[in-house]
Ligand binder design. Sequence first.
Ligand code: ARG
Length: 586
Amino acid sequence: MLRSAIMDYFIKNIVSLLKEGTNLPENEIEKFIEIPPDFKMGDYAFPCYTLSKIFKKSPNIIAAELSNTLQIIINKHPPVSPIFKERYRGIAEIKAIGPYVNFFVDKVTFSELVLKTISEERDGYGNKTLGKEKTVVVDFSSPNIAKHLAVHHLRSALIGNAIRNIYKTLGYTCVGINHLGDWGTQFGQLIVAYKKWGSENAHKTYTVTDLNNLYVRFHQEAEKNPGLEDEARAWFKKLESGDFEAKDLWQHFKDISLKEFQKIYDMLGIHFDAFVGESFYNTMVEDTITRIKEKGLAKVSEQALIIDLEPYNMPPCLLRKKDDTTLYATRDIAAAEYRKKTYDFDKMIYVVGSEQKLHFNQFFKVLELMGYDWANNCVHVDFGLMKFKDGKMSTRKGKVVLLEDLLIEAVERIRKIIEGKNPSLENKETVARDVGIGAVIFADLCTKRNKDVVFDWDEVLNFEGETGPYIQYTHARLCSILRKYGKPVTADIQFALLKEDESILLIKNLVQFPSVIIKAAEFYEPSLICNYLIDVCGSLNRFYNAHRVLSDDEELTTARILLVDVTRQVIRNGLTILGMQAPEQM
Ligand code: ARG
């Protein structure tokens, strides 16, 4: 069971009470504490099966006897105050149900703790010191230059950004790295293509589309004329050995690509702490290969240098081709060594599609064979594909979905919806952008990451489905209530007034936030934050539909306004982790 600090408070007290009643050691008791499926049965429960074995009585009888004993202990304590039902540190009532002893916490104490904590911690609610003095490196997005940023690079960008935020929220120092694919034989191909056919367009300013077309042309022509492949290899070899002309052209292709990538990252609001491509490690691979050789791991096979991974049921890891050029894996090994030296990370997370599972298994195995104990701290966070239901955006053969178009279309469609719903809204442009982009981000993140995502415009943009716009809209509605209220929110309220089931259930949702973040970090799963936000919005809407927030009853209004304000805060914190904006008006 994952627990937040506030839940800890109650569990600790329940454990110490149970210790008084059973004489079992505290850690034994704690292991058994559960949360009942229905809150009407209690907030926490202690199953009596173990005690039943010790005392050779049925668990139901034990539960009944134990709850009597505990009640007697509690009754010895005077009530804390007339409004608090609690007599014993937050516990209000004990009831045996079947083989369980069920505990009801005092709702007033509970509400006060949760609401005061959130209103004090504000943007920091959910933060923990778990990651203090620990560093996490997140390798994400990492597109290949001279090609358009593909959908899997978008997925990696969004998942990676959210994972980095999740770890940041837990107090880790995070280093987000874009491991740009800017090295490899393909750049030899591009140089050949550019020199042969690029000059036909020399008058125009090149775009990524032009570069991409050059690739396509290279492959078409190479089918007829295999000699082109040799030329390309020769050019890449020149590039690896620092040839001036090769480097100059390559830099040019890289600049064109970076400009396009940056436009998309800016739209998404994503930044990297380091934008270091594969080329950066070119000068380090020789030393890496030497270390691998010294460990006796490398061998020559068909003139190539490889690491045999057969004992681990994997194909060999290729370090150097017969023409002496290096490979993707070689550069990843060098990069890992460099990053360990530079950042001394406690964990390194690679957010890359499932299709590269073998690559990461091989490369992590190599790190392990090289004797690096930190190989165990490297994780491949994989994810499924994104598929498009809308024909217009579907990946046509050989063509990638242009992400810029996708994002622009999302904003455009949201602009039209807003135009219909709220034509007088100020900042329509900004809101349409925040909601349109947010819709794409949420649609990408809300499915469990290793599942494929089916992108359907109608679903993604629906203000009433389980979508980004729905969460943002709920947040904006809360802001609007607070605007109408118009006074400062205070946490100095009568907590006993928030006694209805809908309020308590909402507060029970809010208390979970820190533990949801911990779980999301543990499983590298931003979808847990999405699901959580949907739950909070659901509870909020049930509360809102059942109870008037603003009324003539001043005390009740102040109490409910506090609940509205902290809910707004939690939704905002969650959206921020996902990399989404939280507009105050929609
Ligand atoms: N550029 C690669 C690709 O598009 C992804 C790189 C992922 N990161 C890494 N360190 N291998 O497939």
